[in-house]
Each structure stands twice: as C-alpha cells, then as structure tokens.
Design a protein around this ligand. Sequence first.
Ligand code: TRP
Length: 331
Amino acid sequence: MNNKPRVVSGMRPTGQLHIGHLVGALKNWTTLQDQYDCYYFVADWHALTSEYANTGGITGYALDNVTDWIAAGVDPERSTIFVQSLVPEHAELFLLLSMVVPIPWLERVPTYKEQQTQLTEKDLTTLGFLGYPLLQTADVAMYDGRFVPVGDDQVPHLELSREVVRRFNQFYGDVLVEPQPLLTPVSRLPGLDNRKMSKSYGNTIDLLDDSDAVTKKVRQMYTDPKRVRADIPGTVEGNPVFTYHDAFNPDIAEVDDLKARYRAGAVGDVEVKTKLSRAMNAVLEPMRERRREIGARPDRVREIAVEGSRRARVVAQETMARVRDAVKLRY
Ligand code: TRP
C-alpha cells in the first residue's frame, strides 16, 4: 500500500514538448516521485476544448509526450502515467460537479476571457471550453489529489477547484479532497526572443532538437539590446540568456563569473552563449538518448499508457462509487 500523499498533474497533448515544459513541469514531476504517489496524465479531453475542429494530431502527440516524460525521468514503475479519455469516470465526475457550479464562477476564471480574446481564430464560446477548469477539478478530485504541481498560470484554476470541492462537500458530505497548488520552483522560461515561449511564436527549443540545433538557436537568442559591443556593461536581470543559465547550468561559480563580467562589460556574448549551449546540451543529451531508446519501441510506450490508465481506472471507480453513494444515486 502506498501511503504517500497523492499528486496529480496533466498536460494537454497539443504539440511537441520544449524546454519550457521541461523546466516548468517535467523536472518537478520527476523530483516529486520520491515523496509523493504521483498520477501524471495526458489531458486529451482538455486538448479538445480548443482543438475540437482538428483532432487528428492528438493521439500522436499524446504518445510522443509520454515518451518525453519518461525520457525526462518520469518512472512508469513508480508513477501512474495515464490518458484522461481512457478513464471515462472523469466525465461522470465532471457532470456531477457541473450540477453544483454556478456558471458565473466559470466565467470569472481569468483564462476564460483571455483565451477567447487571444485565440480569435477559434470559436471558444462552447460549453466544453467554459467547463475547462471544472474538468480539471474532476481530474484532480478523482484521485484525492492533495497537491497539484503547476505553473502560476494555473493558480486560478486550482482556486476554482477548491471552491467547487467545498461546495460539493457542503451538499453531499466530506467526499472530495481540496487540492493545493504546488508551484514549480523555477519561474517561467522566456522564449528565444524574450516573448512568452510558444510554438506559435517559433521561439522554442524543443526536446527533439539535436545539439547543433540548440547551439544555433542559442547563438541567435535575444540578449541585452543596449550591448552593441562586448565592453558595454549589460543587464543580467530579465535577460533570457541568464535566465537559461540559471535554469540549466549547474556550475554556479561559472554563472556568477559570467554575470559579474557581463555587468562590467568584460565578456562577449559569444562566450556567454557558448557556455550556455554547452550546459544545455549536457542536460538534454541524456534525455535524447533515452528518448531514442524508448522511441524505438512505440508499442512499449502505448502499453505503459494503457496499463497506467487501467490502474488509474481502478482508483477512479472507487472514487465514483463513493461519490454516487454521497449523491444518493446508488441503485
Ligand atoms: N490545464 C493544465 C495546463 O494547461 C492541464 C491540466 C488538465 C491539468 N487537467 C489538469 C493540470 C489537472 C493539473 C491537474 O497545463
């Protein structure tokens, strides 16, 4: 029996993973495995909330992402890796939660309006999209998830989850557990051009990029625009090259030295960037190797996802039995 507290987190399979996913989620996911009983899943229904018009890529990305999770160190023996849509109980819990959640609570979640104004090419006036954070609530509550490792963008979703769970419990007794966010320690990585890192901006470094591609992308990275020459003092804070150094370079003395010389105008960008791509490739190469090994056996990855979903489903069915009892819908 596993008595460790549960952690639940998911990722939408909408594309290939990049270093933002690694630093913002995966690294944390792997560390948490020591202390927690972890449930990590492919949120394919969540992908549908915005990609419903174009669903062909989802299963491919799902298995590809799981391959990256394992390559990054998520251990299918210790953690339960599963696919949301293979555990249809999530839909049932979502439905029951929808009975008690007032629509304005969902309309008030900041990402709801934000995404509608940002993704104008998609019609996001759907019930499914409005229900996004409610489905997320079901994902977590299903496993009595106490902690949810997420980036700060997800905090409002977790807040809604807590309110919904409290309201549900008011009606039906103490059935569901209130989840807490477990914020990822490193702040968000900017993209190569210092905007938000996003596939649609073309400013990512992908986990699939080989070492030459990484070196080349780093060479083109945005730095301090004031520094047209190496002897001009530069700004370290908010400079993506140094944010990346902090995230990837384990040699703190080297990073401190580079920062000091950068501030003094005593180092060229080439040296800063060469050391950066070397540090990044040292982190990424072992993952690429594992990815090659695992990727050579796609059936194994599928098997892990299917077997994990079977295990998750056992827990989900126990939860739903308890929930149906509480709602007095047991026949
Ligand atoms: N909304 C999350 C994201 O975009 C994905 C997600 C879905 C999730 N369900 C979840 C994360 C449950 C944590 C817990 O990153």
